[in-house]
Design a protein around this ligand. Structure first.
Ligand SMILES: [Zn+2]
Length: 519
């Protein structure tokens, strides 16, 4: 087959992720397809392959690089484009980010707000960024300090129960949950699938009960690349369910874990303080309880003994690589340093912090000084209320007109697909030459978003700062998110390097383009 044919002989560019076999063009090896069927398919799919096999390859207009507009040319002159290529090449062979996330996750460990490990992580990241020659400030943040206690549950009465037996339920407390008595509480369980069902139960049937929200995480959407839509649909119950149940007099609330794995892992996460014990059971346990409750009465003995300690002082780490021409203009590259306590916060969000750190490391290593200030921020307390982001907004809101753009990475460490962007069409159109640089490894999608593309940059975004969220392949992200399995082994070093490259290239481009990104 000639080299200008598409499909069957397509060789991915170097560095491009090889997708699983199931996603490749199956007709190439279809065992029952005849030659004529194959020829027909190729004629339809590759119209040039039959007609032009005897001709020299003709230029194909759709494959040509689009001409840069005048504004793009002015903003991204050849020297800047060369520098972006150099940054990309350096990042794709640099293990700085991986070494940093290994230290954060394995040497320091889980970093929940208020913990000793969060404090150690602040000191460590500040020290590392000082070593890179950045101007580092610690911005004081008051954070909640909640610590997990015992967490056990068992079904003590249910239809068909073998006399004298009980069934263990696997669960974990949700952030901010209050405590049961030390020896637990026992109550009937009532299962609802959504808020409407809770409402129709009313106080009569909810008061004194343990309410279980059995909203199912849509794994099919997640597998098809819409994991954050599945998350958004299900996470409402984790966030607001316990409070809604408490308002009807429930003695405790449980949610089905918001996640896509099938390994009986509970997923923790923030829940609006409800004043009652609140936990997440595994998807398997939610299904079990729902099945039994459909047959008759189910009673649970539940013990959750977390504690809310006094608020604690922590910090956002803010590190500037000062701009050479417009030091007052700021481009933020960021991730959040705090994590949940069950795992070690590798994909959520150690990875985001370290790719932001590497953006500065690469520029220092290459002796490339940005025109505007590149500001690395390791945010504190994204997971349990966002105190770090709120404090930054309060302290810096008068500077937001000089914040040229803000980037956050907080959706994992898998292969990057590009960015979600909340900015004007003119601004995103202007960034096309930067995306072309990222195209060689597939990180060139720019998805318009009507929402802030990162929790910690939401306030900036709401105040008009053009905002970008680094977007990864999220198909397996919610297998591990907020579980004990969010650990270093989930990060593929080559994919982390791609993320660092995308962050460094975009950060430097925004800091060096001729004009500040339009609003
Ligand atoms: Zn996160």
């Amino acid at each position: 087959m000639s080299s200008n044919s598409c499909g069957a002989n397509y060789t991915p560019r170097r560095g491009v992720r090889q997708y699983p076999r199931a996603l490749t063009l199956r007709y190439t090896k279809h065992p029952t397809m005849t030659h004529s069927q194959l020829a027909f398919l190729l004629a339809v799919l590759c119209p040039l392959s039959t007609a032009q096999t005897q001709q020299p390859p003709a230029p194909r207009s759709f494959a040509a690089q689009p001409q840069m507009t005048q504004a793009q040319q002015e903003n991204f002159p050849p020297q800047l484009l060369d520098e972006l290529q150099t940054i990309k090449a350096a990042a794709l062979t640099d293990d700085y980010a991986y070494h940093q996330v290994a230290h954060l996750t394995e040497n320091i460990g889980p970093r929940p707000s208020g913990s000793l490990q969060a404090k150690a992580a602040v000191d460590y990241v500040a020290s590392e960024l000082r070593q890179l020659g950045l101007d580092v400030q610690l911005e004081e943040v008051k954070v909640p300090h909640w610590v997990r206690g015992a967490e056990t549950a068992e079904l003590v009465e249910y239809p068909g129960q073998a006399p004298g037996s009980a069934q263990k339920v696997v669960l974990t407390a949700l952030g901010g949950s209050t405590s049961t008595p030390a020896d637990g509480l026992t109550a009937d369980v009532v299962v609802v699938n959504n808020f409407d069902e809770l409402k129709s139960l009313g106080r009569d049937k909810a008061a004194g009960k343990i309410v279980l929200f059995n909203e199912i995480f849509d794994k099919q959407k997640a597998a098809a690349g819409l994991a954050f839509i599945s998350y958004g649909e299900a996470v409402r119950y984790r966030g607001a369910g316990p409070k809604a149940a408490a308002d009807l007099g429930a003695v405790a609330a449980l949610v089905r874990s918001v996640g896509s794995a099938d390994y009986r892992l509970p997923h923790t996460g923030f829940s609006t303080p409800a004043g009652i014990p609140a936990g997440a059971v595994t998807a398997e346990d939610a299904a079990l309880i729902a099945d039994l409750a459909a047959q008759g009465k189910v009673r649970m003995h539940l013990t959750l003994t977390p504690q809310k300690l006094p608020d604690s002082t922590s910090y956002n780490v803010i590190a500037d690589l000062k701009g050479s021409e417009h030091p007052e203009q700021i481009v933020v590259v960021s991730g959040h340093l705090d994590s949940w306590d069950l795992g070690t916060g590798a994909i959520d969000d150690g990875a985001g912090v370290v790719v932001a750190m590497e953006a500065a490391e690469i520029l220092q290593k290459l002796h490339l000084r940005p025109k505007r200030t590149l500001r690395v921020i390791a945010w504190m307390d994204e997971e349990s209320g966002g105190a770090g982001s709120q404090t930054y907004s309060k302290d810096h809101i008068n500077d937001f007109p000089k914040h040229v753009a803000a980037i956050e990475s907080d959706s994992g460490a898998a292969h990057p697909l590009g960015f979600s962007a909340r900015m004007s069409t003119a601004a995103s159109e202007l960034l096309r030459p930067v995306l072309n640089v990222l195209q060689s490894f597939g990180a060139n999608a720019l998805q318009p978003s009507s929402y802030p593309p990162g929790a910690d940059i939401a306030s900036m975004s709401d105040n008009g700062v053009p905002a970008l969220g680094l977007e990864q392949d999220g198909r397996t992200y919610f297998n591990f998110h907020h579980t004990a399995a969010d650990t270093l082994d989930k990060i593929v070093p080559a994919e982390l390097r791609e993320n660092a490259a995308a962050m460094a290239v975009m950060g430097y481009a925004l800091a060096c383009m001729k004009d500040p990104l339009p609003r």
